[in-house]
Design a protein around this ligand. Structure first.
Ligand SMILES: CC(C)(COP(=O)(O)OP(=O)(O)OC[C@H]1O[C@@H](n2cnc3c(N)ncnc32)[C@H](O)[C@@H]1OP(=O)(O)O)[C@@H](O)C(=O)NCCC(=O)NCCS
Length: 160
């Protein structure tokens, strides 16, 4: 399995993975156009020439980036691929000089296992004023915000 930056030819496979889970309301749907527009933000996992997972990193400000559209093919869940994508996105944040990475999610225990901790959404004003305010669930948001400091991630890998 390799984790690499996405290229244009991956978009259909990424779209299909996101589509599957967004139908179950587990994550927001993405159009193919939005995937093309954000192709530089997306990482994929490839196994036997197939795209089996994807996730993207969106910079929201000087010190904050968000992990979005994290998906792992049901056939290969539980093999550590989701965590590998998350770690590769945090490494990308580090290269860019962004200090904090967060996710808004229903997968709280998964993100905790990846080293994130729960934060109050009010600690993420860039997210609230950019995206949440336009979301129909704004006043009844049932997703949890989890954050990881890039410095803590680097500390944790240096201990292994
Ligand atoms: C959540 C998801 C990305 C996890 O991917 P995965 O490749 O199966 O996860 P990993 O194998 O890397 O798991 C890492 C750790 O988290 C745990 N874990 C994985 N999914 C979990 C879950 N739903 N609840 C609790 N723990 C979970 C694993 O057991 C593993 O723990 P370990 O370190 O003790 O072995 C994947 O199930 C998925 O695509 N879900 C649907 C889409 C979604 O909700 N995405 C999140 C949007 S923000």
């Amino acid at each position: 399995m390799i984790i690499r930056k996405a290229v244009i030819h991956d978009v259909d496979a990424i779209f299909d993975l996101i589509d599957l889970y967004s139908k179950d309301d587990l994550l927001l749907p993405r159009t193919q156009l939005s995937l093309y527009e954000n192709i530089q933000c997306i990482r994929v996992a490839e196994m036997d020439d197939q795209i089996v997972a994807a996730g993207s990193l969106h910079v929201l400000g000087r010190d904050l980036a968000e992990i979005r559209s994290l998906v792992v093919d049901k056939k290969v869940k539980g093999l550590g691929i989701g965590r590998s994508i998350v770690h590769s996105l945090i490494e990308e944040a580090d290269k860019l000089g962004v200090e904090n990475v967060f996710a808004m999610t229903y997968q709280v225990d998964f993100f905790k296992k990846c080293g994130f901790h729960i934060v109050d959404k009010e600690q993420l004003p860039q997210k609230i004023w950019k995206d949440c305010i336009n979301c129909p669930k704004f006043l009844n948001c049932d997703e949890t915000a989890l954050l990881m400091k890039v410095a803590d991630y680097k500390k944790s890998i240096s201990l292994h």
